[in-house]
Design a binder for this molecule. Structure first.
Ligand code: PLP
Length: 398
């Protein structure tokens, strides 16, 4: 169709003019940290495999064994084809880690959020959401058809005012936030949000995609110090996350009470109407979760490395393995990323609409196996070649 291609070409040209066009670049991952791109090896700081478990021999062996025994695909929705026992194995481990009664695994984190939220709230209900929450929390919010109100990033006062204004007009209310913010690396004020949820009879849901395995003794953001009020852990009845980052596999999950999980089996459309995860992926994730539970000291390494980097550059203390360096406009972010690539590092420029306009950035993701001397070299280059621009310095000091 000519009009279709004309539409696509014009849209792409518009994105190109704004430095917002994205391109797939062939990149081969060699191990947990090194990649080959444009024929060159690069040390990657753009991968969420925080514990490098996607490459762990025990994880690979478990996946290979399941592939050989059970085949490459799962055949249909778990409700239709039958529930493979591997799902019980992973869901028990997730529930144990998150200290909930039950858990449910989905095809991906994105699918989890688009299924969970509309299963719990609808047209008559209210959803309060942190403005910087991940795109798939927003997608779930929109699909629910609830009244969706955003509060300023981590601003408990604003969230309270909005609840005072809106809560009375709605039957049910959900408060949703990333536990660890994917592009900023900061932790949500979970204790404060839990207190608001209690006061206004709302259900608190965290998206802990970047928390599981790496913060709160590997249990995630609900278990990090910031989620404690007077030494007591905040109540988070809906802990969602993904197996695709620190767990090194693929798939999303929800940890919650047994009756909520049973409701999800019945009502979450992305669970009911989507094929179950392949056995090899689930078996790999089971092995990875066992490794995480067995070695909390290893799980603490990504955050320690992020902190060392942030300290050396002169950035605020890292709260997770994610360290952003906001450079402002998209072109500057692309330039900084190219400069680092010349130095042998992969640090992709993150541009709108992934982040708000004017806050394009480099996002550094630290993993357990990043060598300390390379982290120092990266930090020194970032400080001397990027931070020495005044705009970046001002942003970094925020
Ligand atoms: C905060 C957050 N939630 C959810 C997702 C989606 O998870 P998945 O990749 O498993 O779809 C991501 C990233 O991919 C994320 O960063």
């Amino acid at each position: 169709m000519r009009s279709l291609d004309e539409f696509a070409t014009a849209k792409l040209a518009e994105l190109e003019r704004a430095n917002l066009r994205r391109r797939l670049v062939d990149t081969t991952r060699l191990d947990g940290i090194w990649v080959v791109r444009n024929g060159r090896p690069l040390l990657s700081f753009s991968c969420n495999d925080y514990l490098n478990l996607s490459q762990h021999p025990a994880v690979k062996a478990a996946a290979i064994e399941a592939l050989q025994r059970f085949g490459s695909g799962s055949g249909a929705s778990r409700l239709v084809t039958g529930n493979h026992p591997l799902f019980a194995a992973i869901e028990q481990r997730l529930a144990r880690l998150k200290q909930t009664e039950a858990a449910c695994v989905f095809g991906s984190g994105y699918l989890a959020n688009t299924g969970i939220i509309p299963a719990l709230i609808g047209e008559r209900d209210l959803m309060l959401i942190d403005e910087l929450s991940h795109a798939c929390l927003w997608a779930g919010a929109r699909l629910s058809r609830a009244t969706v109100v955003a509060f300023r990033h981590s601003d408990l006062g604003h969230a309270r005012v909005l609840l005072e204004q809106h809560r009375g007009r709605h039957a049910r209310a959900l408060i949703a936030t990333d536990g660890v913010f994917s592009m900023d690396g900061d932790l949500a004020p979970i204790a404060g949000l839990a207190a608001l949820a209690e006061r206004f009879d709302a259900w608190l849901m965290t998206d802990d995609a970047h928390g599981i395995g790496v913060v709160g003794d590997a249990r995630g953001s609900t278990f990090a110090a910031k989620a404690m009020a007077d030494g007591v852990r905040a109540q988070v009845p809906l802990q969602m996350g993904t197996l695709s980052k620190a767990i090194g596999a693929y798939g999303g999950y929800l940890c919650a009470s047994a009756c909520v999980i049973e409701l999800i089996h019945n009502r979450a459309r992305s669970f009911v109407y989507s094929t179950g995860l392949p056995p090899a992926v689930v078996a790999g994730a089971v092995a990875a979760l066992d490794l995480v539970a067995a070695d909390p000291a290893y799980a603490a390494l990504p955050l320690a490395k992020a902190r060392a980097f942030a300290r050396r550059v002169g950035l605020p203390e890292a709260e997770s393995p994610i360290v952003p360096l906001i450079v402002g406009n998209a072109e500057a972010a692309l330039q900084a990323s190219r400069m680092l690539e010349d130095e042998g590092f992969l640090a992709i420029a993150i541009r709108p609409p992934t982040v708000p306009a004017g806050t394009a950035r480099l996002r550094f993701a630290f993993t357990a196996l990043h060598p300390d001397d390379e982290i120092k070299r990266l930090a020194d280059i970032v400080r001397s070649r990027i931070l020495d621009q005044s705009q970046v310095r001002a942003d970094a000091a925020r």
